[in-house]
Design a protein around this ligand. Structure first.
Ligand SMILES: Cc1cc2nc3c(=O)[nH]c(=O)nc-3n(C[C@H](O)[C@H](O)[C@H](O)COP(=O)(O)O)c2cc1C
Length: 307
């Protein structure tokens, strides 16, 4: 019996399988290359890059919670120029689509980084981060309002011919309205979700565990929220959805795919087990084989809901 076909197409790029690494949890791949074969991944999404370098938020900016973690890293990165000089050439040795996550404080900054990244070799697509809960300006400011989100995406669309993915936040009222607005403005795929706003308190010191008080919750705790949002959005738009949020096993990934995700991204799980994306790819293949499916697309959105 032949092996099932895991290939998917997201925003016009062909991925050998639907398993991607989530922005900010996989760096630029270097730290993980000694643990896993990067060639096996469907794609890699970089940590969000801004035009200028940024040092992120003050520490402590990470804390564990039951079934998850809180982070308030902020958009710490070395800037677009350093990324293009040091990281992209290194990534070019792999047979791996590189999706560059971009961020900024305002439309001009998003456009500057978009134009710069669009001129360098080795970038397969852009993921526009309008969902970071850990920055004062930009980020979630754009991601909460359908009109502002659409204006930003439309502007970015004019700055680049690269495929455009837009990453949305769960910290909004109507996720479907925002997804529809950014698709109308030119998004060719939607990633969701980013982290869920949360906080934790140390009762001995009576201080918040994060210096910034509030941060973003990720990991298994947010999976049901993410799954619900992916399901709602996938039904409402006609471009692929990349499902993200608490995915740690093939079964988790399959839940998202059945709910309508065309691909999935693995985030916090790689901190516990760097092999998890590979195990997830193998587990999806096993599931397809066991259930007699020839290809992954046979099960995208195949959720059966009783009347
Ligand atoms: C430490 C950390 C840093 C992150 N940095 C980014 C980032 O730079 N850009 C971004 O779009 N998302 C970032 N995220 C969000 C993840 O990409 C993902 O959307 C979120 O963590 C939910 O997935 P998970 O539960 O599998 O981690 C970060 C998450 C964590 C835990």
């Amino acid at each position: 019996m032949s092996r099932p076909d895991l290939a998917v197409e997201i925003a016009g790029i062909k991925l050998k399988n639907p398993v991607i690494t989530a922005s900010g949890t996989f760096g630029y791949g270097r730290e993980y290359a000694e643990f896993i074969d990067l060639n096996r991944l469907g794609a890699l999404v970089t940590k969000t890059i801004t035009f200028q370098p940024r040092s992120g938020n003050p520490v402590p900016r990470i804390c564990e919670t039951p079934s998850g973690m809180l982070n308030s890293i902020g958009l710490q990165n070395n800037g677009a120029e350093a990324f293009a000089a040091n990281d992209l050439p290194w990534l070019a040795q792999f047979d791996l689509p590189v999706i560059v996550s971009i961020g900024g404080d305002d439309i001009d900054q998003y456009c500057r980084v978009t134009k710069f990244i669009s001129q360098v070799e080795g970038v397969s697509a852009l993921e526009v981060n309008i969902s970071c809960p850990n920055v004062k300006f930009g980020g979630l400011g754009f991601g909460r309002d359908p009109r502002m989100a659409a204006d930003l995406v439309a502007k970015i669309r004019t700055c680049s011919t690269l495929p455009l993915i837009v990453k949305l936040s769960p910290n909004v009222g109507d996720i479907v309205a925002i997804a529809q607005a950014v698709v109308r403005a030119g998004a060719q795929a939607i990633s969701l979700i980013n982290t869920v706003l949360g906080m934790a308190v140390d009762i001995e010191s009576k201080r918040p565990r994060l210096k910034s008080v509030v941060g973003g919750l990720s990991g298994p705790a947010i999976k049901p929220i993410a799954l619900r949002m992916v399901w709602e959005v996938a039904k409402a738009i006609d471009v692929p959805v990349i499902g993200i949020g608490g995915i740690a096993s093939a079964a988790d990934a399959l839940e998202f795919i059945l709910a309508g995700a065309g691909a999935v991204a693995v985030g916090t799980a790689v901190f516990m087990d760097p092999q998890s994306p590979i195990k997830i790819i193998e587990g999806i293949e096993e599931y397809l084989t066991k259930n007699g499916y020839d290809k992954i697309s046979d099960i995208v959105g195949a959720l059966e809901i009783a009347e």
